[in-house]
Each structure stands twice: as structure tokens, then as C-alpha cells.
Design a protein. Structure first.
Lengths: 146, 492
């Protein structure tokens, strides 16, 4: 089963926002990794490092069948995503494919949050990390993962 | 020190219906409180209600979770309550997970982390859920008591009202030094009584103001916790002075027997065995009140309101119209695990909503059965509190009670509650001339004289209660097996 369209759309908006913001760093160079890192920091505060690590690992497991570019990625004990940046640096891999992998992973992570916390609370938590305009369109009701 | 020199302690709403009254008006601002109880007793829900009632973006709430329940699961379940507003997260309510620092470091580091977060957020409310799970390392440089002492000192200085949540068993309450630090100690209990679960809360300690002592029942519904004060929300209410006004039953002959009617604010007991017409009298009493412009409430326990109204209709008494017009409320109370306080809360709500002047409790036996077994043991005491509270606000109560008919005794009630009532009307069967007839006698009228007559009565198919003349031609009427001593009886 693939990531729900609503979640992919939201993940895409977050990644697009980060790409536009141009906030790259040595830690996370791709927009998708920036989104992941922001999620790790804002969610980690209230679910704890171990809590985020569990959620992210589950999201990665769900995302892998859809995105071969995630096959070498893993979530470290501190919740950081490892392996994805290394793949991105490999020129041989299609950049779009890598970007898609990141979006699918984030979509899966958001889907899990929606599943556990509901749409309203998930959006409330995300608004803490991103400006309101990113969430202009609400997550469709069918946008929950299974 | 004069009153005006004293510092005024602001009281914060607890967010729990009924609890403000129990704590004496609200929770003292900047107080350091402990919520203790066994797992599942409602500690987290209580804290959440307080947080959602008080947090603002300017002065948010910081909710520290430690070990045990994960934050995601906690929010998943807590958001099912109607008080939970997801829009308040995270601007007004921030959840901060301390599990890593608790697992990897000692209490000193935990305290440092809390201080860091508090200094950053400037919260009005701080919750630590649960502080007991913090104590993991015996070799910690700081024991729990020192930790709590320093935490209390710091949070009070930072103008935060604090709740620490802890799992404690009853026996741990005594001589526990941790509790001496707290300004407020809330104890939640959940006990099984036969097949019923009863929840009770106690304010063991609350500095700076008078809380209502004792165990108060509470219920957890989809709206969260609702507490029912032992004083029924009437703390500080001035008791109405005794009224001399008489209320009619709508049965002129009965009114005459009662010396002009029931005195307003009285508690009347109508006692009799099954089929003697207790409910008919009660319904007449309510219907007459409505005719006189006095809204009424009927609390029924043995049948549903619709059935009750239909039965009244079959006797020619229209209870549907006054219900539609807001002049009558028929309360159905039959969950089998009620507390008297909870019942009283429903009745008081209805009294205030329609401005009720008359209340019928039909019947006391049904009321007792609706209570949790533990409360049945205190039924008389509970009735006393309830009757005292309701008559104190000017409501006239008519209760029906079924008595086991005996042909050797003439009991007024199976509950020995006649001392609680101002007036008693006794109905009973008598055997006369091969017929089972009914007699009525007014046993007691606390507010004045009443007729001493024993009178036969009939209830017609149209619901009219027709009283005959005094039965003068029989001896031993109250035994139920009278002996004719004269001519034909009054009903003939």
C-alpha cells in the first residue's frame, strides 16, 4: 500500500517550502532531510528521542517498498536519518528518485502521526515548525495511512 | 493583620465541573500540587483539564512527560475528551518529554532540564507526569524529596501553578515527607463495590483556603472528570427562611386533612404498599403545582419518563404538555452505580434550569437500587443531606416509599427515615366486607395541625382521588382487619 495522496501532498509542500527557504546545512543538505530534521526536533521534544526513533523507523519500513532509494537508509538511535544523504551524493542515482524517496518517507511519518493523533493535532504540532501558509490546504480525510 | 493588608490569592478555574466548589472557589495561583492515586484513577485527565482551562499563548502550560505512558498514546486518548482543543497545541500547551534525561542521567540533570524549559517558556502552568518514575538510580546525587523541594521553590518563584502526578497507594500517604512540600494534595480513588466501580476524590490538603472536606464522588465521561461535591454545590448558599405558604395537592379534601396543604419547603413522605396510589398522589401533586405556575421535577427510577407520562395520561393527567413548555422535567436515573451526590447534581441542575418548586422522588426504593452498593449503606445519611439541601433552597419534596403491608403492624417506611420528613401520609389496604379497600391517614405534619381522621379513598379511572368521610364505624382500621362497630360505612 502506498502513502496516502494527502500525506504525499503535505510532505511535498513541506519539502518545497524548505527548498525555497534555501536553508541548507552541513547536517542535512537536501530539502527532504531538512524537513525530516525539523520533524525530529519538534516531535522529539514531546515524544522523546526514543519515541521519535520508533515512529521514524516504522515510517521508513513502510516507505521502503515504494522507494528503492531508501533501501540503504536507517534511523539512528538519536532519531537522525542516516544513509539517505550518502545515496544522494552518488551521481549515478536519479535525483528525482532520491527526492521522491524523502517525500515518501515524510509522507509515511506524517501519516503515522495522523493515524495516532488525528489530523487537527498533527497540523497543530507541524505549525510549530513551519509557517501557517504551508498548511493552507487541509489534509483530505482520505489522507490517512493504513 | 486586617483583611485589606492580606495578600489576595487569585483562584484559577480547575476546568473540572464541580471541583472549583470543592477546592473552595478555585485553585490557588502559584500553588504546588500533587495529584496522587492508583493507575487509572483519572490523575492525568484531571491535570489535562486544568491545563486546557488555564493555558494561553502568553502564559502557556508546560507538560513534562517522563516514563510510562508515551506522549503520543496519551494525546491519542486524551483528545477524545471534549475539553481537549488541539488548536491549543503547541502555542498554549507544550509537551516536553524528559524520558531520555531520566534514563541516562540523574535527578539533578532532570531538574536542570525542567528549569531550562521553564525559563524559556515562562509558563503559567507546569505539570510533571509522572514524577514518581523519575527515581531510577539509587546512587543519584539528589533524592526525590530534595528534587521536589527545589522544584517547588523554583516553580513558585517563576509564578507557575504546578501539578506533580504520582502513582501512590493508600498506605503510602502517611508520614510521606514528599507530601509536606505540597500546597495541595489531591487523592483520587477508584474502588470496586460488588459489580460497581466508584470513583472518589479527596482534597487531603490545600493551603490558603477552605476546601470541602470528605470524599467526593466523581465520574469520568467523554467530557472528562465531573466532580460531585458532598455539599451539592450549595456551599455558602443561605438557607431560605421557613415559609408559611401552603401548597395544594389539587385534592381539596386531602388539603383539608393536611391543614390547608403541604407547607412550602417541606419534605413529604407518601408511604403505602404496592397499588395504593402513591404515584398517583405524587403526580397529582406535581400537576397541581404546574396548574399553580410552580414548575416541577419528577425523578423516576423504576420506569422510563415516557412510560411514566403515558401512565399519568391514562389517569387523565397530562405531563407531556408541561414538559414541552419547560414547566416539568422527568428525570430518569437508573445507572445502578450512582452516588447520591451525582443524583443530587442532576436534580439541582434541573431545579435551576426550570426554576422548579416541587420535586417528586418516585420512589425511594428505586432510588436506593440505582445507587452503587457502597452508597446504599449510607442511604439514610445521604437522604438527610439531600433533603436538607433541597428544602433549604425552597423546594418542596414529595417522596414515595413502598412499605411491606402487615396486618399486625403499621410501619411508615422501611428505611426508618420518618424523622427526615416533615409530613407523612400513609396509605394502606383494609379488609372490609369482603373487599380490599384503601384508607388514608396523615400521620405527621411538622408545620402545624392536621386531621386525625382515617378516611377511605378511591382512585377513579380518570385519576381522581376521591376521599370518603371519616370511617367512624370501625375499630382497628390501621391493623388492616377492622371490626365493624356501627352502621354502614362512609363510602356506602
Amino acid at each position: 500500500m502506498t502513502a496516502a495522496p494527502g500525506m504525499r501532498d503535505l510532505a511535498q509542500r513541506l519539502v518545497t517550502y524548505e527548498a525555497g527557504a534555501g536553508e541548507t546545512s552541513a547536517v542535512a543538505e537536501s530539502p527532504a532531510l531538512l524537513v525530516f530534521e525539523k520533524l525530529r526536533q519538534s516531535l522529539g521534544e514531546f515524544v522523546g528521542v526514543a519515541g521519535f526513533q520508533s515512529l521514524a523507523s516504522r515510517a521508513l519500513t513502510l516507505a521502503r517498498p515504494e522507494a528503492p532509494s531508501l533501501s540503504a537508509a536507517w534511523v539512528a538511535a538519536d532519531g537522525t536519518l542516516q544513509g539517505l544523504g550518502a545515496i544522494e551524493t552518488q551521481i549515478e542515482m536519479d535525483k528525482n528518485q532520491v527526492g521522491d524517496g524523502g517525500i515518501i518517507l515524510i509522507a509515511r511519518l506524517l501519516g503515522l502521526l495522523c493515524l495516532f493523533l488525528g489530523e487537527a493535532l498533527t497540523l497543530s504540532l507541524l505549525r510549530n515548525a513551519w509557517p501557517g501558509e504551508v498548511f493552507d490546504e487541509r489534509i483530505p480525510a482520505h489522507g490517512r495511512t493504513t | 493583620m486586617s483583611t485589606q493588608d492580606k495578600v489576595r490569592i487569585k483562584q484559577l478555574p480547575t476546568g473540572v465541573p464541580g471541583l472549583d466548589e470543592i477546592v473552595g472557589g478555585g485553585l490557588p495561583e502559584f500553588s504546588f500540587n500533587i495529584i496522587a492515586g492508583a493507575p487509572g484513577s483519572g490523575k492525568t485527565t484531571l491535570a489535562h483539564q486544568f491545563v486546557f482551562a488555564n493555558a494561553t499563548p502568553e502564559r502557556p502550560a508546560l507538560y513534562f512527560t517522563v516514563l510510562g505512558e508515551s506522549a503520543i498514546k496519551m494525546l491519542r486518548y486524551q483528545q477524545q475528551y471534549t475539553f481537549f482543543d488541539p488548536a491549543m497545541l503547541p502555542a498554549s500547551i507544550r509537551f516536553v518529554n524528559l524520558s531520555q534525561v531520566v534514563l541516562e542521567e540523574d535527578l539533578g540533570a532532570v531538574l536542570d532540564q525542567i528549569i531550562k524549559e521553564v525559563e524559556k517558556a515562562n509558563p503559567a502552568v507546569v505539570v510533571v507526569d509522572s514524577f514518581r518514575t523519575m527515581v531510577r538510580r539509587p546512587e543519584s546525587s539528589m533524592d526525590l524529596q530534595s528534587f521536589i523541594q527545589r522544584l517547588a521553590l523554583f516553580l513558585a518563584s517563576w509564578q507557575a501553578t504546578t501539578f506533580l502526578i504520582g502513582e501512590y497507594a493508600e498506605e503510602e500517604l502517611r508520614d510521606n515527607p514528599i507530601f509536606t512540600v505540597a500546597d495541595g494534595l489531591f487523592w483520587l480513588r477508584q474502588t470496586a463495590e460488588r459489580n460497581s466501580i466508584v470513583r472518589k476524590l479527596q482534597i487531603i490538603k490545600l493551603r490558603g483556603q477552605d476546601s470541602v472536606p470528605g470524599l467526593h464522588t466523581f465520574r469520568i465521561t467523554d467530557a472528562g472528570i465531573q466532580a460531585f461535591s458532598r455539599t451539592f454545590g450549595l456551599t455558602g448558599h443561605v438557607k431560605n427562611p421557613p415559609s408559611q405558604r401552603r401548597l395544594s395537592f389539587g385534592i381539596p379534601e386531602l388539603d383539608k386533612m393536611l391543614g390547608g396543604g403541604v407547607r412550602e419547603g417541606d419534605s413529604v413522605l407518601v408511604a403505602g404498599s404496592s397499588g395504593t396510589g402513591k404515584s398517583v398522589l405524587a403526580t397529582q401533586f406535581i400537576a397541581e403545582g404546574i396548574r399553580q405556575g410552580e414548575p416541577g421535577i419528577v425523578a423516576v427510577f423504576e420506569e422510563r419518563p415516557q412510560a411514566y407520562a403515558e401512565r399519568a395520561a391514562s389517569l387523565g393527567l397530562d405531563l407531556e404538555t408541561p414538559q414541552r413548555d419547560g414547566k416539568l422535567t422527568i428525570l430518569y436515573l437508573r445507572p445502578l452505580d450512582l452516588s447520591v451526590d451525582e443524583t443530587m447534581h442532576s436534580i439541582l441542575d434541573a431545579v435551576q434550569k426550570i426554576g422548579a418548586k416541587r420535586l417528586v422522588i418516585d420512589s425511594l426504593a428505586g432510588f436506593e437500587m440505582a445507587l452503587s452498593p457502597g452508597f446504599r449503606a449510607d442511604f439514610r445519611e445521604s437522604l438527610y443531606r439531600m433533603i436538607f439541601a433541597l428544602t433549604g433552597i425552597g423546594v418542596t419534596i414529595l417522596s414515595t416509599v413502598e412499605v411491606d403491608e402487615s396486618f399486625t403492624e403499621f410501619p411508615f417506611s422501611t428505611y426508618s427515615i420518618s424523622f427526615l420528613t416533615d409530613d407523612i401520609v400513609r396509605l394502606r389496604y383494609v379488609s372490609i366486607d369482603g373487599q380490599l379497600r384503601k384508607i388514608m391517614v396523615v400521620i405527621k405534619m411538622r408545620g402545624g395541625n392536621h386531621a386525625k381522621d382515617i378516611r377511605e379513598y378511591e382512585i377513579t379511572s380518570a385519576g381522581f382521588v376521591i376521599l370518603g368521610k371519616r370511617l367512624t364505624n370501625y375499630q382497628g382500621l390501621i391493623s388492616g382487619i377492622p371490626v365493624r362497630s356501627g352502621g354502614p360505612d362512609s363510602m356506602d
